[in-house]
Design a protein around this ligand. Structure first.
Ligand code: DQA
Length: 151
């Protein structure tokens, strides 16, 4: 059974109370349940994590890269939050590991402030999904499952 890493960056621990008009009322625990159900449907295992720290996210991408190289990983669904728009370190981590990664955003970042329009992750992501609300997490897992030949 292959594993999907769902990694969440800064402030996503505040889901449910943070700007509900933008991000909705679901909590991160609700999102984890959605992901778990999607993985179960596809016969995939789930690693679901959140950190507010850029270096921790870099370390997790490296870990995912090692598991990718070992043939254990379906891929990574990554909502890097604001680090999407600032982090060359995360860009380099994805590029350096060659891990299959879906960039995900709950909101449609292109319909928001100009500083959210640029992503350091998009050039190294296999696919980009935004604007579906938290349902996007399950859609990203569906997409990864469709890319991965059954184990
Ligand atoms: C976000 C969009 C980012 O611009 C923002 O900084 C976030 C959340 C989203 O899921 O829509 O923290 O990644």
């Amino acid at each position: 059974m292959k594993t999907v890493y769902v990694l969440n960056g800064p402030n996503l621990n505040l889901l449910g109370t943070r700007e509900p008009a933008v991000y909705g009322s679901a909590t991160l625990a609700d999102v984890e349940r959605l992901c778990s159900e999607a993985c179960t449907r596809h016969g995939l295992a789930l690693e679901f994590r959140q950190s507010n720290h850029e270096g921790q996210l870099v370390d997790w991408i490296h870990e995912a890269g090692r598991r990718h190289a070992a043939g254990e990983l379906a891929g990574v669904v990554f909502n890097a939050g604001a680090y999407t728009h600032t982090s060359i370190a995360l860009h380099d981590a994805v590029k350096g590991t060659g891990v299959t990664l879906i960039e995900l955003h709950i909101s449609n970042v292109h319909a928001r402030e100009a500083f959210r329009h640029h992503s350091y992750l998009s050039p190294v992501a296999r696919a980009v999904l935004c604007g579906f609300g938290v349902a996007g997490y399950a859609l990203a897992i569906d997409g990864l499952a469709a890319m991965v030949p059954p184990a």
